[in-house]
Design a protein around this ligand. Structure first.
Ligand SMILES: C[S@@+](CC[C@H](N)C(=O)[O-])C[C@H]1O[C@@H](n2cnc3c(N)ncnc32)[C@H](O)[C@@H]1O
Length: 278
């Protein structure tokens, strides 16, 4: 079986950090080796070193995306960290009658943006005209998210009323029961590929940004930089949600921490954007 050397690992870690901001500590050696083994085999390279040279070469652009897809961790579930959805419904949605612009910035296979869409639909009913932009760096998970089809196990934790209202049963490939998010709810979400450490081309301010369970993969300076960029993309009074195990540091400029993992952009805050730390 092909094995990865420490030098290969360092080269891969450096590419992944530069391209995606993901910091791979030495403890991730085994994980990286096993996740990339299928890519080495698929591209018919004889070693990880040959694979690294290929990815860095002129012909390797497409493979670089497949490498990032293989490296990212995409764990997610419907209504993960449920308190955030309660806050959306009970505070954010109650504060306004106008349509909201919501950005879900590490959407993975779609459970998170669809949880937002379900919360919107349940609260505003047919008059839900708010829109959710859902982005991720990983093309494979975005394809899953766009199909919006989930196994029975993945929706098992949802109340029966939510399942009935927002999902319809579709035929699974192996005769198993699968469920697709209904068009009304699905239609509130638009998916696009976006790498958080590259340009954010969206124009206009967001009312809400979900940036959850992705910053754990970045180092401290990158986290603070992303926090500041998110602030600049929020309207004053807008909300940033991060994962409960994540932090933006103590008193991040431009924000008020109002609940665990929920920040509000303060009124009148001017944000000076730091350069990307490298
Ligand atoms: C663990 S999942 C979290 C999904 C969801 N936000 C949640 O909390 O359930 C992390 C996601 O971040 C994405 N990701 C990692 N690095 C990224 C980057 N540089 N730009 C955009 N997305 C990234 C991964 O592809 C993955 O889908």
């Amino acid at each position: 079986m092909i094995s990865m050397t420490r030098t290969d690992f360092r080269d891969i870690a450096s590419i992944v950090y530069k391209v995606a901001g993901i910091a791979l500590s030495d403890g991730k050696f085994e994980l990286v080796q096993s996740r990339l083994r299928k890519r080495v085999v698929h591209t018919r390279k004889k070693s990880y070193s040959e694979y690294v040279r290929y990815v860095q070469g002129e012909a390797g652009g497409k493979e670089l995306q497949s490498m990032i897809d293989a490296i990212t961790t995409n764990e997610t579930r419907f209504f993960r960290e449920a308190a955030h959805f309660d806050f959306l419904r009970d505070v954010v949605f109650r504060e306004t009658t106008r349509p909201l612009r919501i950005w879900c910035a590490a959407a993975s296979t779609g459970e998170e943006p669809y949880s937002i869409a379900i919360t919107l639909r349940d609260h505003f009913q047919q008059s839900a005209t708010s829109k959710v932009l859902a982005t991720d760096i990983n093309c494979e998970v975005l394809a899953v998210a766009r199909r919006a089809v989930y196994s029975e196990a993945r929706i098992a934790s949802l109340p029966a009323t939510t399942r009935d209202r927002h999902f319809r049963q579709v035929n699974g490939t192996n005769g198993d029961r699968q469920f697709q998010v209904k068009p009304d709810t699905r239609g509130l979400v638009r998916f696009a590929r976006l790498n958080l450490v590259n340009e954010w081309p969206m124009k206009g301010a967001f009312d809400v940004i979900f940036l959850r369970n992705v910053m754990i993969y970045f180092d401290g300076p990158t986290r603070q930089w992303l926090g500041a960029r998110a602030c600049a993309h929020l309207r004053p009074g807008g909300y940033l949600f991060i994962g409960h195990s994540e932090s933006l540091g103590i008193n991040p400029p431009g924000y008020r921490n109002i609940q665990p993992a929920i920040y509000q952009r303060t009124e009148g805050s001017e944000i000076t954007l730091p350069r990307r730390p490298m």
